[in-house]
Each structure stands twice: as C-alpha cells, then as structure tokens.
Design a protein around this ligand. Sequence first.
Ligand code: GLV
Ligand code: MG
Length: 354
Amino acid sequence: MRPAKDFFRPLAVGAPAPVTEIPARPSRAIHFFDPSNAKMAAKVPQMVGTVDVLLGNLEDAVKADNKEAAREGLVRIAKEVDFGPTQLWTRINALDSPWVLDDLTTLVSEIGDKLDVIMVPKVQGAEDIHYVDRLLAQLEARAGLQRPILVHAILETARGVANVEEICGASPRMQGLSLGPADLAADRRMKTTRVGGGHPGYLVRADANPDQPEAHRDVFQQDLWHYTISRMVDACAMHGIYPYYGPFGDIADTTACEDQFRNAFLLGCVGTWTLHPKQIEIANRVFAPSAEEIAHARRVVAAMGDGTGAVMLDGKMEDDASLKQCLVMVELAEQLAAIDPALKAQYDAVTIED
Ligand code: GLV
Ligand code: MG
C-alpha cells in the first residue's frame, strides 16, 4: 500500500508534481476522430472551438492495419493544429494489445505537452492505472514535461465495474470515467447487439385488468445503463473526478440519443462521447443547464440569504439542501459561460429579466 504522504509525490525523478485537484474544465462533448482517416483529420482544425474536447482515437474502430497511421496522424495533427480553448485527448489501445507501449512512448515523447488526457480502455482494476501512472511519470520526466498528463478510464468490463472505486482512487492523475456500454455488454454477456442506448425488450408491463385480461397494458422501457451510471457517478463524486456517458451508436436516432444523454446529465455526468458532428449539438445543449433552470437556481440562492433555514418559493419549500443543488447548477453555468459566449448571453438574459 502506498502511504498517504507519498500519494502526491512524482513516480519518477524529474516528472512533474501530480495535481492535487482535477480542474473542472467544461467537457460536454468528447468528440472522437480517427487520425488515420484523412477526411476526418482534415476537419479537425475547423472543429477547434466548436467542441469542448477533441479525442484522437487509436483503439477500437481503427483497423489493425491503420494503428500506426492513426498514431502518426495524431502526432502530426497535434503538432500542426492550434487547439486554443479545445482540449486534446487520446484513447490509447488496450493495455494487453501489441500497440499500447508504442502509443504511450510516442505520444508522450512527441506531443506530451499538447495532450490533456489519455483515455485508457478496458480498465480492470487499480493495477492497470498503477502501470500507466508509473510509465507516464517516466516518459514525462524523459520528455521534460512541466505538467502531468491526466488519465481517464473506460468502465467497460465486469471486473472494472466491480472495482470502480479503487480505479477512481488509484492515482492523482485520475480525471474521470466513461461508460463503455458496447464492451461492457459483451463482457457481461448481456444479450444486446448495440452500442449504447436502450432495448425494447427491457421493460416493465402494467398489471393485467382481471376483468379484461386481453385489454392493452402499458409497457415502459427501462434503462439498461441506470445501475452502471449510478455506480460510476458515486465513485467519481467520492474521488473528486468526473463521470461521462460513452458512445451512442445509432447516429440517425437523435431523439433517443438526447434521452440517454439527458438521463446521464440528470444522474450527475458532466459530458458524453460524440461520434458524429450532429451529436455535438445535442451534447452541448443537454449537458448545460437551461436558462430557466439557472433563473430558478439564482432565485433560490438569493432567497436563501446566508444559506441556512427554509423559505417558500412558488409554494415549494427550499432549504440548505435544495440550495446546494442550485449551487451545483449555478457553478456549472458559470464554468460554461466562461467558454461559451452564446450560453453566457442566455444566462445573462435571464438575470436581467429576473
Ligand atoms: C466503448 O468503448 C464501448 O465499448 O462502448
Ligand atoms: Mg470499448
């Protein structure tokens, strides 16, 4: 066991000091691109500023023959493009793959100063994070980096879910977790064949009317991911890091995509992956409080004065605890307004009206 006093010590001589807090940088959409795909790569410069995070994907969805081209493509893009306010992340190959060692050594050595976060797939337990943590420290020291690269784990194995708390707390680099519904479904031997989203077979049905047993009975589709997202949110909140929804593969079904994203937002997630530009607009809208919610939250904050006691607003009781919820919303709105002028204008407008 690493003693508490050593937790924030660098894991290699000359490596940058670990951060003691993960900065709350807006990351409503983590937009995936394949750096080996010339068409996608060419669009990266014009996407800067339109999305909170651009992620060069090296893992699944990149063909084995293209793994090296993807890695080289990402190095080239990171060197050529000015990412300005947009974060640059990557998803490396799995730790048991033949590509991951070169992914890490090349990326940290060549573009370590440009990379904000490395997403590690198929994390099983704290030992996977410890491996990456030490290796990153060695590579950062060799590259003379001034700030540590953060690590994000994908929750996409049954063992990973069982170990979710220890994964979150395994390193000061841990920035967050994403749900990986496709791999997780396979690993759990769920009987689905989709990438994220619900399933029409997973439902509850209203009781039959004994007098009319043949009459229509309402059915309600349930959310396959509720349990995992809730566990992920609790583990992340406990460790001061950030939870995200993952991929939603049915690109054409923007309605169901929005529903999944909103469920995740309401449960505590800060963002999601986007696989197609049209999902970015949905994510940016869903993972930001609406102007009406902010107007209400600000009214509660103002009415609660020193933050203790209870007040009645529009017939509803507000107290210390509802104030805390409102402060979560107001704080998020402030962070988003700082990087999104259109959203800032919406939030400012409701202040004036109020
Ligand atoms: C993402 O990587 C997933 O497996 O859903
Ligand atoms: Mg996966």
